[in-house]
Design a protein around this ligand. Structure first.
Ligand code: PMP
Length: 455
């Protein structure tokens, strides 16, 4: 049995052994007219999805670890955070340039509320738009040297609506195997033929294009500027060559690369010296570097016009609020006027990666920018490590299967320009120490399972 199969089987066994306390199914209703309807199916508590959550909670309790989800924080997300009155060094938030805590950004958002209120109270096509929408879209279009831009209220909805609307059943969408859920959900919604290519493997992408391109009308290739679980980047020039040769669109999700890559934070194209006009669809989110929330698409005018009228997540959704739009605008201004923030983030990323590698931690594919994983393999070990780090003043979230492949569970460290080198070093030292303890104790799904069975 492969290690992967073993882990999957072990999780299932562990779940079964713990399911004893899970809610039992209520008896099916025996109505005269609808005797065949199993009414227990409409009880949320009997759904597999709920059982999974219950089992997870029971597992956390039995293993005496905190449930890692929905931890209650008492302060804003910065380089540090407060949980249960205790200050922790925070590596679970993506305020990459430290703009979320800046007076200048706060003041601009407050002024915008005073003038325009907290909501625009309607969708832009029907209720109209306001100057801050157009200002932000112009700034984004300028950044990517594109003809136009469109802002959405959610980064996730931006990908779902854009991919979902542009492609149809006669088309093909090719996406990196490590793509974010918003990309894969958009691909499903589109009804296009979907193929994942191996992560950052453009020989694989080329092979699929050779085999399948001619059978489809339109083809879209979707990649990320910097991968959110692994912290590595694609080769943009190679992608441009492929998309030109095969007559495809190229869409790049810059969620984790805006403010992070390139000398002035403009992202992947600046980092790799590629003309941004060669990319058909630039996508990004406002929840990271731009210290708010929402998403954007930049490209040529026809693309933006199509999305304005047909992207459901834009057309049928409220416009971005004044404080969020203005916070995003201010963040872009500061990013461009204060390049030291980008430099500091990049040097922090390099520092953390080097220190982690020197401590013998497995940082996988990370290039050492804003995302550095510490791969521990076993899912339970990752959860326990995160728990133990929290006790020691470090907050880093565990990422487990299915968000990452089986046996590559990890703690993900988001690095910010506002972390100090002391904080970074402390996090590495404590992580290495706590991981060693778990390895020495052979803490894993398999050992937890045998301990529980022995109970
Ligand atoms: N794309 C990527 C690569 C992401 O990591 C995320 C979420 N962090 C999104 C899109 C969705 O963005 P948001 O959380 O701003 O909705």
């Amino acid at each position: 049995m492969s290690k992967q199969q073993f882990d999957r089987e072990a999780i299932l066994n562990l779940s079964r052994s713990m399911a004893k306390g899970a809610p039992t199914k209520p008896a099916a209703h025996r109505g005269t007219h609808h005797a065949k309807i199993d009414r227990s199916k409409t009880d949320f508590a009997t759904m597999d999805l709920y059982q999974q959550i219950t089992i997870q909670r029971q597992m956390a309790e039995k293993l005496q670890t905190r449930d890692p989800y929905f931890v209650l924080h008492e302060s804003r997300a910065g380089a540090t955070t407060i949980v249960d009155g205790k200050e922790l060094i925070n590596f679970a938030s993506y305020d990459y340039l430290g703009l979320n805590g800046l007076d200048e950004v706060h003041q601009a958002a407050k002024d915008a509320i005073d003038q325009f209120g907290t909501s625009v109270s309607g969708s832009r096509p029907t209720s109209g738009e306001r100057p801050f929408h157009r200002t932000l879209e112009q700034q984004l279009a300028d950044l990517y040297q594109s003809e136009a831009a469109l802002i959405f209220v959610s980064g996730h909805a931006t990908n779902v609506s854009t991919i979902g609307e542009l492609l149809g059943p006669t088309d093909l969408v090719l996406f990196d195997a490590y793509s974010h859920n918003s990309v894969t959900t958009g691909c499903k919604l589109s009804g296009a033929t979907r193929r994942a290519f191996k992560h950052n493997d453009f020989d694989d992408l080329e092979r699929i294009l050779e085999e399948t391109r001619n059978a489809h009308d339109r083809v879209m290739i979707v990649v990320e500027g910097l991968y959110s679980m692994d912290g590595d980047m694609p080769d943009l020039a190679r992608l441009v060559e492929l998309k030109d040769r095969f007559g495809a669109w190229l869409m790049v999700d810059e969620a984790h690369s805006l403010g992070v890559l390139g000398a002035t934070g403009k992202g992947l194209f600046e980092q790799q010296g590629v003309d941004p006009k060669k990319i058909d669809i630039w996508m990004g989110t406002m929840s990271k570097t731009m210290s708010g929330c929402g998403g954007y698409i930049c490209g040529n005018q026809p693309l933006i016009d199509i999305l304005k009228f047909f992207a459901s997540g834009f057309m049928y959704s409220v416009g971005l609020s004044a404080p969020l739009s203005v916070a995003g605008s201010k963040a872009l201004e500061i990013m461009q006027h204060e390049p030291w923030r980008v430099e500091k983030l990049q040097s922090n990323g390099r520092y953390f990666l080097k220190a982690a590698q020197a401590a013998g931690l497995d940082t996988g594919l990370s290039a050492g920018f804003c995302v550095v994983p510490v791969i521990v393999g076993d899912s339970l070990r990752a959860v326990k490590l995160s728990n133990n780090l929290m006790d020691r003043g470090i907050y880093a979230f565990p990422i487990t299967y299915p968000a990452v492949p089986m046996n590559s569970a990890r703690l993900r460290f988001f690095i910010s320009a506002t972390h100090s080198e002391e904080q970074l070093q402390q996090a590495v030292d404590i992580t290495a120490e706590e991981l060693r303890k778990l390895e020495d104790a052979n803490f894993s799904i398999a050992s937890a399972l045998s301990n529980l069975n022995a109970d």
